[in-house]
Ligand binder design. Structure first.
Ligand code: NI
Ligand code: MN
Length: 230
């Protein structure tokens, strides 16, 4: 599949079948968003949790493209209350196939309040996803999380080859915790995310690379807006 990082925690995936999937849509006002990049038609939007930097453009893009929306039950319910139609609610441990991609929801150690006007609404729990392609490739998209020992179980159950991990620190794990995550996940490659967007998100891919030297996991540092093939 093609992978395009749109800065922070937002990614665009394009499968060989043409299905386009947008992960954690934050385009408008995202300081790391690639200038001039236009979001193409998306078939699927997938949300890890309800923080603004992960759902900011979910409602407008859903209204524009009418994609299927994968998220935890409570966040889907909130999206529906905002006029989003094609919701695909799920919860942890469950799997569903949306187009040609199978989503399995995993745990994440983070919060999930949705800022709605002045109020914070309960959005369910923060989650991650195992993404299974029809061709057999398996990736783990962690969303915002700290490291947790159940990552060993993610390796045991799904054996992902690629992981998307936050490394920025402050709101998620830093390279120190992410290195421990890599050791448990035993992935071939790790794509760092959720760093550098704002000055306090200080973690950097080079730090992670240094900490996992010799473990068999390689850091795959992407540039926002530059598409790579996996
Ligand atoms: Ni968050
Ligand atoms: Mn975040």
């Amino acid at each position: 599949m093609e992978i395009t990082w749109l800065g922070h925690g937002t990614f665009l995936f394009k499968l060989a079948s043409g299905q386009t999937i947008l992960m954690d849509p934050w385009t408008d006002g995202n300081p790391a968003y690639p200038k001039g990049f236009e979001v193409p038609h998306v078939d699927t939007i997938c949300i890890t949790h309800g923080h603004f930097d992960h759902i900011h453009d979910a409602v407008p893009l859903a209204k524009k493209f009418e994609p299927e929306m994968v998220a935890i039950f409570e966040t889907c319910h909130w999206l529906e209350s905002k006029g989003v139609r094609k919701i695909k609610p799920m919860n942890k441990g469950g799997s569903q196939k949306v187009g040609d991609l199978t989503f399995t929801m995993t745990h994440a150690v983070h919060s999930c309040g949705i800022l709605d006007g002045e109020k914070i609404i309960y959005g369910g729990e923060a989650a991650g996803y195992i993404l299974r392609l029809d061709g057999g490739q398996i990736a783990y998209f962690a969303g915002d999380t700290n490291v947790f020992t159940d990552m060993q179980l993610i390796h045991e159950l799904y054996q992902p080859e690629l992981a998307f991990l936050p490394i920025g620190d402050l709101y998620t794990m830093s390279p120190h915790e992410a290195a421990a995550a890599c050791r448990m996940l035993k992935v071939k490659k790790v794509i760092p995310m959720h760093f550098g967007t704002f000055p306090p998100l200080t973690g950097r891919p080079e730090e992670l690379q240094e900490k996992i030297k010799g473990t068999g996991t390689e850091v795959w540092a992407l540039q926002p807006g530059k598409t790579v093939n996996w």
